[in-house]
Write a protein that binds this ligand. Structure first.
Ligand SMILES: Cc1cc2nc3c(=O)[nH]c(=O)nc-3n(C[C@H](O)[C@H](O)[C@H](O)COP(=O)(O)O)c2cc1C
Length: 146
């Protein structure tokens, strides 16, 4: 059976979300998937078309503990269609992500994907966060596949 494929699409201002996305792609690859990471501005359309799993990550924008939302949500809303894809979302944050994950999930669902879940990663704990996120995603993905 061919390996399942994944694409990690990240929206990053100062690099934390990109780094987390790269770590997640590395971990998915280590778990036996074909995974690539790319920025929202340079989505690998062939990889997206082939992907069994789409991971979308963004940073938390807001007034520290109120009004949090995915950073540069405009770019996320314009991502290519993901009809029929399974997806998972993550955000990085400094203090409190608030409802960023819910809002990011809604954006990704609006692109047509089925969102399996989400995970917030503190910007000072990218390695651990990416590891925990990937474990949960692999679990949810294998359950969803049945
Ligand atoms: C304009 C701006 C607003 C932010 N607002 C919040 C916030 O409301 N809550 C929070 O926890 N972090 C907030 N942060 C911190 C970022 O979400 C955090 O540093 C994130 O990891 C940055 O990701 P990046 O390096 O990929 O851009 C804010 C950062 C910026 C630049």
């Amino acid at each position: 059976m061919p390996a399942s494929t994944a694409i990690v699409i990240h929206e990053s201002l100062t690099g934390h979300t990109r780094r987390a996305g790269e770590l997640i792609a590395e971990r998915l690859t280590a778990a036996g998937m074909d995974a690539v990471a790319c920025a929202t501005t340079r989505v690998d359309l062939a990889a997206l078309a082939a992907a069994d799993l789409v991971v979308v990550g963004s940073w938390t924008d807001g007034i520290v503990i109120v009004g949090q939302r995915p950073g540069r949500a405009g770019r996320l809303r314009k991502l290519p269609a993901m009809a029929g894809k399974r997806a998972a979302v993550y955000c990085t944050y400094a203090v409190d992500p608030g409802r960023t994950l819910d809002k990011l999930s809604a954006i990704v669902a609006d692109r047509g994907a089925t969102v399996l879940g989400g995970f917030a990663i503190h910007r000072t704990r990218l390695e651990q966060g990416a590891a925990d996120f990937t474990d949960r995603v692999l679990d949810a993905f294998s359950r969803a596949k049945g």
